[in-house]
Ligand binder design. Sequence first.
Ligand code: SAH
Length: 345
Amino acid sequence: MFQIQDLQSITPEELEKRIVNLGEKPFRAKQIFKWLHQHHIKEINEMTNISKELRQQLLALAPLCKLQMAERYESQKDETIKYLFTLSDHNIIECVLMRYNHGNTVCISSQVGCRMGCKFCASTLDGLVRHLSAGEMVSQIYAIQEDIGERISNVVIMGSGEPLDNFQACIDFITIITSPLGLNIGQRHITISTCGLIPQMRQLALKQPQVTLAVSLHAPNDAIRQEFMPIARKYSLDELLATCAYYIEQTHRRITFEYALIQGYNDQEQHAKELGQKLKGLLCHVNLIPMNEIEERSYISTTASNTQHFKKILEEAGITVTIRRKLGEDIAAACGQLRRGYLSK
Ligand code: SAH
């Protein structure tokens, strides 16, 4: 059997198998899962309806995942809160809470660092340190829920890391948070963001989850995309868009394309026109993102009027466009900036 990093990483099905193997009744697995994922216990002894012996056997299987809050920054401009959590091996990860009228959204990390190498992103500057376990991913949500005393209704896997590079943990994470024995978050309230790992996108499509797939495009053609995104040298834009079409066909879900407007690189009228042509006929929507400028790179954000013009041209091509609101700007709430700042302190 495979090695489990922590108890919170075990899916309901796997937990039941393990519990039955220990000679227990299946309903024990449900009780244990609820302690972990509804009561978010901190110590195994809090499982009061589970025998001491079984609690010991559980701990022999794997430890409890415990995140420590290292820092918490509240935006003065909006209601965004940014968190740094310390993992059991002392690595640091960051998450963001965004409050919208329709509920609380948490942006979680899937890896410590990242190996995708996108040039505008602070998470990748020092490469990949390690993958997060599914338990470490769910624990980010639990810690934030506990901090604010409110339910989290939406989750985006858009923090540090490339989720599809940590594929199985992300699938387990989705299984766990959508479980009625856990947070019971609907698949449609979950977004996975990828820079475009084609084989894993196809795998995800075959599992037909109803989660929203967001694809980081940031360019209308290969030449521009290759400038900032190493993955674009591995997979062409045409291959990527063909995979998106396949994903839509399999899941009947609309894809979100993320496009950060970077002054002088991808923000001109001809880029919008080219993008409009490329996306024609795809069940999709484009989210224009104001570039978050990071210290280590010279990329700067486009102007507000360029953003509006870009939007208008895409709309003329029949594509729905939203402009992402800039939240938590005053607390460096973007893409690995906070963790780097903290580590260099
Ligand atoms: N690796 C995944 C998810 C994490 S990044 C992905 O690439 O999609 C989440 C989003 O933030 C991606 O669209 C990414 O390209 C974008 N991003 C990274 N750094 C940014 C920055 N400095 N400004 C604006 N968006 C950025």
